[in-house]
Design a protein around this ligand. Structure first.
Ligand SMILES: Cc1cc2nc3c(=O)[nH]c(=O)nc-3n(C[C@H](O)[C@H](O)[C@H](O)COP(=O)(O)OP(=O)(O)OC[C@H]3O[C@@H](n4cnc5c(N)ncnc54)[C@H](O)[C@@H]3O)c2cc1C
Length: 420
């Protein structure tokens, strides 16, 4: 068995740590914390869980497995982390072959999943918040929904430590400890949060204690941590912490809004499933009202390139203006709803929109598990095993899709559900 250092305790890191520990390895999980980290992409009130992936059967099959396991996690954790409220992708015109929505419907039907075509007024009557004049067609995936991602990461982090993973929270990866083409471990900086100055301004959102601003911590100096393998699972920080990966990854910021509707009933899950509204052109998607009385709407678009630690990481007036135009056209009853929270959440984009879970062919002992491209969280129940297979050099057909692929150039096709 090996000693494995997993850097980053977002969903990629924590699931890899649990699986590698389960396979008998000694595992150290490193993250500056607090956990779930407030700036992590995984730390959020909700993430869509869908099998609708256009014509891509790999992701559809993986999502089908993940959905079954999310139900199991609800049992195991004794709380609802995954809400099966349905996911609808709708269009303002009739669906045609080649459309993300049309191909999703066809593939889900072929695989025997419970779906409905959204092309009858009767069906639309069930969803009164929508502008009935604008949307004509679409697919409703019934056995799908959303997961409470921040809560899931918190529970999985507890599961990791109780499984014997050594958690080094308060430690920050600085660089690889390598010579020639062998990675021997990492150099990290230990830090202590400053007890005197209130280190953070915190607010509770949907049961997650979120940091809304942060004071500096005190460095306790550098140290090296040795390991047989290093798994870098630092999401959008990857191109900044591993500069040689800058040609493969791009960190992009995406605007997220929380709105408080004056008529919450209209946005209850049975009347307002998770949605994508002409998502390949508008980029907008959203979620039913949650326990905090909030409707989250965000954009799955090109985003703005920036470092996850950039001061630019705030929602702009232009983001708000575009959201308002979208609401006027699609959800008239949300136009006057106050925006109670905004956030810029970070994608680690690859050039083709596929994940990157692979050994570095030039650095023995290094595995990079990143490249979520804004659609990785739903696979939480299966991500760990894929990364563990990459570490152990095991055969896994998906590892070809997620391989180390410098040949893939910028501008190659992206995720079928993403607006350009
Ligand atoms: C706006 C938005 C919406 C999304 N919606 C969906 C959705 O609906 N469905 C879906 O399936 N997916 C969705 N995703 C994608 C999903 O959030 C990601 O796939 C997933 O969270 C990526 O997890 P990660 O572990 O790679 O990165 P992160 O969650 O970002 O974790 C990275 C970790 O690295 C740590 N780190 C950073 N620097 C260091 C350092 N120097 N040393 C040690 N650790 C460090 C951080 O503290 C953090 O904990 C969305 C993403 C965004 C941004």
């Amino acid at each position: 068995m090996s000693r494995i250092i997993v850097v980053g305790a977002g969903i990629n890191g924590v699931t890899a740590a649990i699986e590698l520990r389960k396979r008998g390895h000694e595992v150290v999980l490193v993250d500056p914390g607090p956990l779930p980290h407030p700036l992590a992409a995984s730390t959020d009130v909700s993430k869509a869980v869908r099998a609708a992936y256009g014509a891509d059967e790999d992701y559809t099959a993986l999502a089908e497995r993940s959905i079954k396991l999310w139900r199991q996690w609800n049992e195991e954790f004794g709380t609802k982390l995954y809400h099966e409220v349905g996911v609808m992708f709708v269009r303002s015109r009739k669906m045609e072959p080649g459309d993300f929505e049309y191909e999703s419907l066809k593939l889900l039907e072929k695989r025997g999943l419970k779906v409905a075509r959204m092309d009858t007024p009767q069906l639309w009557k069930r969803f009164p918040a929508w502008n009935p004049e604008l949307y004509r067609d679409g697919v409703l995936e019934i056995e799908a929904g959303y997961s409470e991602s921040g809560r899931a990461v918190a529970m999985l982090t507890e599961r990791a430590t109780s499984a014997g993973v050594e958690l080094q929270s308060g430690s920050r990866f600085v660089c690889l400890d390598e010579n020639e083409n062998r990675v021997k471990g990492i150099v990290l900086e230990k830090s202590r949060r400053n007890a005197v100055i209130p280190s953070e301004v915190r607010e509770s959102r949907a049961g997650i204690d979120q940091v809304v601003s942060r004071a500096p911590s005190t460095s306790l100096g550098m140290t090296t941590l040795a390991g047989d393998f290093v798994v870098m699972a630092v999401g959008a920080w990857t191109p900044y912490l591993l500069p040689f990966t800058k040609k493969f990854f791009r960190a992009t910021g995406q605007p997220v809004f929380h709105l408080e509707p004056s008529d919450p009933e209209l946005f209850a899950p049975e009347r307002f499933p998770v949605f994508g509204a002409d998502i390949t052109t508008t980029g907008y998607y959203g979620f039913p009202i949650n326990r905090d009385g909030v409707v989250k709407i965000a954009n799955h678009g090109a985003g703005r390139e920036m470092s996850p630690d950039s001061p630019e990481r705030v929602v702009t007036a232009d983001d708000e203006k575009k959201l308002c135009q979208f609401l006027v056209s699609t959800f008239p009853s949300l136009v006057d709803a106050p925006i109670v929270y905004t956030r810029v959440c970070m994608y680690c984009d690859t050039h083709d929109g596929h994940f990157w879970i692979a050994r570095d062919p030039e650095r023995e002992g290094l595995v990079v598990a990143a490249g979520d491209s804004g659609h990785g969280f739903k696979f939480a129940p299966v991500l760990g095993e894929i990364t563990a297979d990459a570490v152990e050099g095991k055969d896994n057909p998906l590892l070809h899709k997620f391989r180390w692929r410098p040949e893939v150039r910028a501008g190659t096709a992206t995720d079928a559900a993403r607006s350009k």
